[in-house]
Design a protein around this ligand. Structure first.
Ligand code: GUN
Length: 285
């Protein structure tokens, strides 16, 4: 039976570290870090994520601002809001919750956020810096995944890591971060032929597709570290990941649960990224 990687507990410990650091820095610099979150429309999942982000910012002692815009807001008005926040010296981090309504160009919105306030690490310049190995803001979910893998004590260097999924938010950046850890990385996706024969190679298996049960126990190498990034609702309306936990946990060495695995880590890393942006600003970087 696999050991369960308790993302909730690991994230709570990180947030407590950030909280101490925020208190120390507020005393030193005379102001709190400030995270500004923008939500457009009323997507229920986005509302839950955004509420958790704001709550966490408050928990660690940061200032948080929530800007809720109607589904019908024009792209121009949204971009104007972002420009104002870019110029606001008291705002350290800006996050626009995705997805956005279809009439708004997501890339344009992301690239309008100042690269130095881009706490998601989605700005094209941060993505470029990540891929050439320069200082950048690292996307939260991939950063949290690496943290969880390291928490197992399993050596990543020289191992085979398989990432299933090639999104800009998770699949591609986590593949790069695993490369940085000297893993041999394979990126599989919806067009991959014979997915089970690829996933069975993985000492480290990261699954980020968004489809329930895309990975089952027979697709897992015995003893592997399995990271489930999925967040789906099954037929009974229950939250579940991309991995069939029941069968995979009998084969894996370590596995993340859903909920309580990757999800809380994304938010903990967002707090760390906001703190980094604040520090870079205070130190004139
Ligand atoms: N929607 C789903 N995940 C994310 C994320 O990490 N950041 C933002 N901004 N939107 C998302």
């Amino acid at each position: 039976m696999a050991q369960i990687i308790d993302g909730k507990a690991i994230a709570a410990a990180i947030k407590d570290e950030v909280k101490l650091e925020v208190a120390r820095l507020e005393a030193e610099y005379g102001r709190k870090p400030c995270l500004c979150v923008i939500i457009v429309g009323e997507n229920p999942a986005s509302q839950v994520y955004v509420r958790n982000k704001v709550k966490s910012a408050e928990y660690v002692g940061m200032e948080s601002r929530l800007i809720a815009l109607p589904q019908t807001v024009s792209e121009e008005d949204l971009l104007d809001q972002i420009c104002k926040l870019n110029e606001d010296a008291l705002v350290d981090g800006i996050l626009v919750q995705l997805p956005l309504p279809k009439h708004i160009n997501e890339d344009k919105v992301i690239d309008t956020i100042s690269k130095d306030k881009d706490v998601d690490g989605f700005h094209i310049l941060n993505v470029g810096q990540l891929w050439v190995g320069k200082h950048c803001i690292t996307p939260c979910t991939p950063k949290g995944i690496i943290h969880l893998i390291k928490s197992t004590g399993v050596q990543v260097k020289g191992k085979i890591a398989v990432v299933v999924g090639r999104s800009n938010i998770v699949g591609k950046p986590v593949a790069k971060l695993l490369l940085d850890e000297n893993a041999t990385v394979i990126v599989a996706h919806s067009r991959t032929e014979d997915l089970p024969s690829i996933t069975r190679l993985a000492d480290i298996l990261v699954v980020a597709v968004g489809r329930e049960n895309i990975v089952t126990g027979d697709m897992v190498k015995p003893g592997a570290v399995v990271i489930d990034v999925g967040m789906n609702r099954n037929a009974d309306g229950k939250l579940c990941g991309d991995v069939d936990f029941e069968s995979a946990s009998k084969v894996a060495g370590f596995i993340t649960p859903v909920p309580g695995g990757v999800g809380p880590m994304t938010i903990a890393m967002l707090m760390k990224n906001t703190l980094e942006c604040y520090l870079d600003k205070e130190n004139g970087k």
